[in-house]
Ligand binder design. Structure first.
Ligand code: SF4
Length: 247
C-alpha cells in the first residue's frame, strides 16, 4: 500500500490527513483538466440567472435561454420584473421547466428590489446572512444559493453538487453526515477559505463528474484512479446515493 492509500484509509479519523487527501485530489484534477474559467457569464446578475436556469438541465440549454434574454435586451433585474410571466417563460423555454423557472426568476428580482437592484450592496452582507436571505427566496436551494455566493458575490463558500457527492463517495471519504451540509463541511473544514480556489475546485469536480466519473465511471484513464477506492477495487459496482439518477 503506497503512502497515499494509507492516508486514504486513515482519512476518516484524521483532519490533517483528510486535508492532504482533498488537496491531492484537487491537484490531480487541476493537472488533468487545467483551469476551468468559471463562471461562464459577463456579470454577477447573469451568474444569478444562470444559477437558477441550470437547475435540472444541461448548461448548453441554459446558454440558449440566456442568449434569448440578451437578444430581447431584458437581462437586468428591472427588465425581468416588467415582463409578464408568460413572456419570460417563453424566452427561457430552452432551459426546461420554464414556467417554474420564470416564477423563480421573478422571485429573485423581487428580492433584489429590496436592495434597489444594487447587487454590490446586497453582496456586502456577511456570508451567513446573505445565504440565509437567499435561501428564503422561492426556488433557491442550498446549491443555487452557494453558487450565487461563490460565483456572483465572490464569497469563499464551497458548492456541493451531485457530481461532487458521487466522486467523494467513490473515492471513499464519505462524511459521517450524508447531507449537503456534511459534504460541504468536508471541504470547508479542511481547506483554507479562498474564493479563487473554491471557484476552481468546484468547477473541476463538475468537469470530472461529467466526463469521467459518470454514472458508469470510466476508471481506466481516470486521474484519480490510484487514490480511489472504487477505482482500485476489482469488484466495480454501482454506488447508491441520492439524486445520482439525474446525471
Ligand atoms: S477511478 Fe473511477 S470511480 Fe474513482 S474517481 Fe475515477 S472514474 Fe470515478
Amino acid at each position: 500500500m503506497d503512502e497515499l492509500k494509507k492516508v486514504l484509509v486513515n482519512a476518516s479519523t484524521s483532519r490533517l490527513s483528510l486535508a492532504k487527501v482533498l488537496e491531492d485530489i484537487c491537484r490531480r484534477l487541476f493537472d488533468c483538466y487545467g483551469p476551468q474559467h468559471w463562471w461562464p457569464a459577463d456579470e454577477p446578475f447573469e451568474v444569478m440567472v444562470g444559477a437558477i436556469l441550470t437547475q435540472s438541465t444541461a448548461w448548453t440549454n441554459v446558454e440558449k435561454a440566456i442568449r434569448n434574454l440578451k437578444e430581447a435586451r431584458v437581462l437586468s433585474p428591472s427588465s425581468l420584473r416588467s415582463l409578464e410571466p408568460e413572456e419570460l417563460a417563453g424566452l427561457i423555454k430552452p432551459s426546461g421547466y420554464y414556467n417554474v423557472k420564470a416564477k423563480k426568476l421573478k422571485a429573485l428580482v423581487e428580492w433584489l428590489e429590496k436592495y434597489n437592484d444594487d447587487l454590490g450592496g446586497a453582496f456586502t452582507l456577511g456570508t451567513e446572512r446573505l445565504r440565509g436571505d437567499l435561501l428564503k427566496v422561492y426556488g433557491i436551494g442550498e446549491e443555487t444559493a452557494d453558487s450565487i455566493l461563490l460565483y456572483a458575490a465572490e464569497k469563499p463558500v464551497f458548492v456541493i453538487d451531485a457530481y461532487t457527492w458521487r466522486i467523494i463517495d467513490r473515492i471513499g471519504i464519505t462524511p459521517a453526515e450524508r447531507s449537503y451540509a456534511g459534504y460541504q463541511r468536508l471541504f470547508m473544514d479542511n481547506f483554507p477559505h479562498n474564493t479563487g480556489r473554491f471557484n476552481e475546485y468546484h468547477a473541476l469536480f463538475v468537469q470530472h463528474g461529467k466526463t469521467t466519473c459518470r454514472k458508469h465511471p470510466v476508471c481506466q484513464p481516470c486521474c484519480l484512479q490510484e487514490v480511489c477506492q472504487f477505482g482500485f477495487s476489482s469488484n466495480i459496482r454501482e454506488t447508491r446515493y441520492p439524486h445520482a439518477k439525474t446525471l
